[in-house]
Design a protein. Structure first.
Length: 250
C-alpha cells in the first residue's frame, strides 16, 4: 500500500500536470486532499483532465511557462479561484531533438533552455511571493539525471536541467529562513510522452546506464515528489533527490 500524505486544505500548482510525472504527482496530492491548479499550454491535455479527476477541486489553466505574462495570468487565476498557493511542482519542459552539440539547431537549443529553465524561473519568481506572504510553501522542481551527468546528443536538455538543479539550490538557500522548502528530483528516463519522442538509440543509451535495468515508473516519481511537497518535509531544502535507478549515486 502506498504511503498517504495529508494535503487537506492545501493548493498545489503543477505545471505540465496533465500527463507523465506531473500527472503522477498531481494524483498523489489530490488523493491526499489537495486542490489542484494544473497549468499546461496544450489545450488537448487540459481537456482530458476529467478522465483523471473529479474536477470540483481541479482548475485547468492554459499557460505557456515560457511567457512571463502567461505565468502571471495563470497565477492570478489560481489565486482568484483558491486564494492561496501552498505547493508548486515545476514539471513542464520540452526535450528537443537528439544531435551532437556542434550539429544542434540553435533555435531548438534556445527553445529547450527557455521553456525548461527560464520558464521554471518565471513560475518560481511569480509564485514565491505568495508563499512568502502566507509563511508556508513547498516547491519541487523536476530536473533530470541528465542535469547531473550530461547525456551525449542532448546538450540543450542536459544544460536546462543542470540549470534547474542550480536554481533549486539558490532558491532553497534564499528561503531557508522560512517554512518554505525548495528541492528537486533527478529522474532517469521514465515512461512519458516526451521521453518516448526521442530516438530509439538515445532511449537505449539511457536505459543501458540504469543499473535497475528499466525505466522509472511514473508512480515511483509521484511518491517521492509527494513527500517532498508535504508538510512532513519540514527541514530539507536545496536538496537534489535521485530517481535514477542507481545511475547516479550522489
Amino acid at each position: 500500500m502506498a504511503n498517504a500524505y495529508d494535503f487537506s486544505g492545501r493548493v498545489a500548482v503543477v505545471t505540465g500536470g496533465g500527463q507523465g510525472i506531473g500527472l503522477a504527482a498531481a494524483q498523489r496530492m489530490y488523493d491526499g486532499g489537495a486542490s489542484l491548479a494544473i497549468w499546461d499550454r496544450d489545450d488537448a491535455v487540459l481537456a482530458r483532465l476529467p478522465e483523471h479527476f473529479d474536477m470540483g477541486r481541479v482548475l485547468p489553466v492554459a499557460c505557456d511557462i515560457g511567457d512571463l505574462a502567461s505565468v502571471e495570468a495563470a497565477t492570478a487565476a489560481t489565486m482568484a479561484r483558491f486564494g492561496r498557493i501552498d505547493v508548486l511542482i515545476n514539471n513542464a519542459a520540452i526535450v528537443g531533438p537528439n544531435a551532437t552539440t556542434w550539429e544542434y539547431p540553435p533555435e531548438a537549443f534556445e527553445a529547450v533552455i527557455h521553456v525548461g529553465l527560464v520558464g521554471t524561473f518565471y513560475v518560481s519568481r511569480t509564485v514565491v511571493p505568495h508563499m512568502i506572504a502566507a509563511g508556508y510553501g513547498r516547491i519541487v522542481n523536476v530536473a533530470s539525471v541528465a542535469g547531473k551527468e550530461g547525456n551525449p546528443n542532448a546538450p540543450a536538455y542536459s544544460s536546462a536541467k543542470a540549470g534547474v538543479i542550480a536554481l533549486t539550490k539558490s532558491l532553497g538557500k534564499e528561503l531557508a529562513g522560512q517554512d518554505i522548502a525548495v528541492n528537486c528530483v533527478t529522474p532517469a528516463v521514465a515512461k512519458t510522452t516526451l521521453a518516448l519522442q526521442q530516438s530509439e538509440s538515445h532511449i537505449a543509451y539511457m536505459l543501458s546506464k540504469i543499473p535497475r535495468g528499466r525505466m522509472l515508473e511514473l508512480h515511483e516519481a509521484g511518491a517521492m515528489i509527494a513527500w517532498l511537497a508535504s508538510e512532513e518535509n519540514s527541514f530539507t531544502t536545496g536538496g537534489v533527490f535521485d530517481l535514477s535507478g542507481g545511475r547516479a549515486t550522489y
